[in-house]
Design a protein around this ligand. Structure first.
Ligand SMILES: [Zn+2]
Length: 59
């Protein structure tokens, strides 16, 4: 999980807030990657317990 690098500007893009599955704190959106089709992969990362999760979202 060392490749994840949160950037301060990402905090402005907060249409989806996710609670951490492990500790319940708010996770930070750290990465948006385009995928095949009309999907993008969003990666969220919890700074408290270093738990990361990725989701596919229709755009
Ligand atoms: Zn957490």
């Amino acid at each position: 999980m060392q490749i994840l690098r949160p950037t301060p500007t990402c905090s402005r893009f907060s249409t989806i807030e996710l609670p951490c599955a492990k500790c319940g704190l708010q996770m930070r959106l750290v990465l948006i990657e385009p995928t095949t089709g009309r999907l993008e992969q969003r990666t969220y990362f919890c700074a408290a317990c270093e738990f990361g999760e990725s989701f596919l979202l229709a755009i």
